[in-house]
Design a protein around this ligand. Sequence first.
Ligand SMILES: [Fe+2]
Length: 281
Amino acid sequence: MADQPNGPVMVIAQLSDTHINDDAPEAAVRLRAAVAHLLHLPAVPDIVLLTGDCAEHGTASEYAQLRELLRPLTVPVYVILGNHDDRPRLRALFGAQGEQTMPEFMQYTVAAGPLRLLALDTHVPGQDGGTLCPARLQWLEERLTEQPERPTIILMHHPPFRCGLAPFDAIGLDAIAEFGAVLARHPQVTRVLAGHLHMAMQRPLHSALAVTCPSTLHQLLADVRRPAGLEVRFDPPAVLLHTWSDDTGLLTHTSPIGEPGPVVVMHDGQQWQAPPWPVRG
Ligand SMILES: [Fe+2]
């Protein structure tokens, strides 16, 4: 965390749906670009999250590729399972992440400065849809009851809402109501960070904002007037940046991955600068 006049600022970057694929090198190329993007942000993140579908087939070789591609990140990286992933193999690669882990599921907590992260496992082996069984929901309830005052971010691959596009809703979370009932009792949850849709969507969910992160691979912009199918335009991939300060609380930015422009000084801390703006560095 960097100290600023308004207190420390924490930057949490979210990547999703990297789909590293033994049979398609494009996914690795895209993730390499995403990692380079993170390393060249004006404020380098303190923590990086990967919200599932890390690998297309969940093979050991895909996860080995993933590890190599993430290696340039020198900050802590936390991953969760998506429907494409393999629980034993992903666990073997990343080990027991965080604290308060469950023996059967990849659920864990992370103390992140003033924030708390709760990672959930919505994976069902052999299925594209996700679930939160009573054991996983009970773990969530217990963790949330422990620290009711601490701003909390929940991570889960399957979004806890219907998106209205039938093909995705057919492979959505089957415990939306049960998850919502837990959330309703714990207003300290400020964000629910998901993936799965390869689309950036936000909606309020009790006291939280539920967001889905774009994919680093195929980012979809769907024709919402034809919700029975999935007619999409491929848009530029992007990452989400969740920034916290005591002054502002949690803010979420979308940062498209592409050719970045220079870092210019539009305001020098005293006043706005007129164009052409000075280039920093
Ligand atoms: Fe995906």
